[in-house]
Design a protein around this ligand. Structure first.
Ligand code: GDP
Length: 364
């Protein structure tokens, strides 16, 4: 194996791991994503967080900037993290890739005051069933009585700045979260005590409001991906694209479009794609690949900009004819370089698999 930014095994590239955020309503999933998206990078050297369709890409240099001394970027060769923007386990459970979960890794958000709630347990069940590695973000630590907020600082640093009383109250709440994980069959501990993340769940105390612990959360996600998922991330990024439909949307000027998360290969304009649909799979040709315009331009320009190609992992809007019957959660495959019938059969098989699974588990 080689190391370095472009390290790849057997001629493959390393793609960005896809991260989903799950948890009970109001426990702070959206706020946490907003906080990560809103993180400004002070150091001019770093790249930027980019908004994709349905996802947010946080490159390694940005993570490294946010994480500061927690990360040594030379320890990593995965390019960063791609967060799916639609939080919640209903979207998670419908989003599949080749029969598994679309997300490579997940963040289970638990409000430290509210503890485990019905949707926390549902999310745990789904994570268990799909065998998705995850960490727990023990959120809203800033609501601890007597808390002295330290904006955007690492967890241990902010805990050091607290009174003994506040620290004790927080610890009590965190140990309740660890206890509830244990009651549900997961061995867990504060993330800084976890040696083997395959057998133990790391709990990361955070505040989506003040940004405390967000450096730790990004560090742990990056570390987990690098250590345990690197092999899965080694794909041929020049191969035919494969993705999952997040949403089927009518878009003025483009008709019915697909918001897709691409998890493998590349998709180009003029590619022929096969899309899972209500009846037979749709075979159509990509007319346009669209990304949101950078925020600064949104008021003066059209909402989307066209790109020639998109490489995994990424979110993208596909405009193409005949997409009306496409299904959210269904596979999308680029045909390039192989018989169309083969790809159609692949999509059909995968869709049947998803439907069976959906029926069995009562998830819609
Ligand atoms: P979601 O339903 O899981 O997406 O939860 P939201 O992100 O919408 O958050 C629910 C409420 O909790 C909102 O009023 C947020 O402002 C608040 N909230 C979220 N995270 C925090 C936090 O870390 N600290 C505090 N004090 N409030 C938070």
């Amino acid at each position: 194996t080689t190391t370095g930014p472009n390290a790849a095994d057997e001629g493959n590239d390393l793609r960005t791991p896809i991260v989903a955020v799950l948890g009970h309503v109001d426990h702070g999933k959206t706020s946490l994503l907003d906080k990560i998206r809103g993180s400004t990078v002070i150091d001019g050297e770093a790249g930027a967080i980019t908004q994709h369709i349905g996802a947010t890409a946080v490159p390694l240099d940005v993570i490294s900037d946010i994480a500061g001394s927690l990360i040594d970027p030379s320890d990593f060769d995965l390019p960063g993290l791609l967060f799916i923007d639609t939080p919640g386990h209903h979207s998670f459970s419908t989003l599949r890739s080749r029969g598994g979960a679309l997300a490579d890794i997940a963040v289970l958000v638990v409000d430290v005051n509210d503890g485990f709630q019905p949707q926390t347990l549902e999310a745990l069940d789904i994570l268990k069933r799909t065998q998705t590695p995850f960490v727990v973000a023990a959120n809203k630590i800033d609501t601890t009585p007597g808390w002295n907020p330290q904006e955007d600082t690492p967890t241990l640093q902010t805990i050091e700045a607290q009174s003994e009383r506040a620290e004790n109250t927080l610890n009590q709440r965190l140990y309740e979260v660890i206890g509830e994980l244990s009651d549900n069959g997961f061995s867990a501990d504060m993330y800084w005590r976890v040696q083997d993340f395959r057998g133990n769940i790391g709990v990361v105390p955070v505040s989506a409001l003040t940004g405390e612990g967000v450096p730790d959360l990004l560090t742990v996600l990056m570390g987990l991906s690098q250590r345990y998922m690197k092999e899965d991330m080694a794909v041929d990024l020049t191969g035919p694209g494969a993705g999952t439909v997040l949403e089927v949307k009518d878009e003025r000027g483009f008709g019915t479009t697909l918001d897709v998360v691409l998890y493998d290969g590349v998709i180009r304009t003029d590619d022929t794609v096969v899309v899972g649909a209500k009846n037979d799979p749709i075979v159509t040709e990509v007319r346009a690949l669209l990304q949101p315009r950078p925020l600064a331009e949104i008021r003066t320009e059209k909402r989307f900009e066209q790109v020639d190609a998109v490489t995994a992992a990424a979110g993208v809007k596909i405009a193409a004819p005949d997409l009306d019957d496409a299904l959210a959660g269904a596979p999308v495959r680029v045909v390039r370089g192989r018989p169309e019938e083969e790809v159609v059969a692949e999509v059909e098989a995968e869709l049947a698999d998803i439907e069976v699974d959906t029926a069995e588990n009562g998830i819609v």
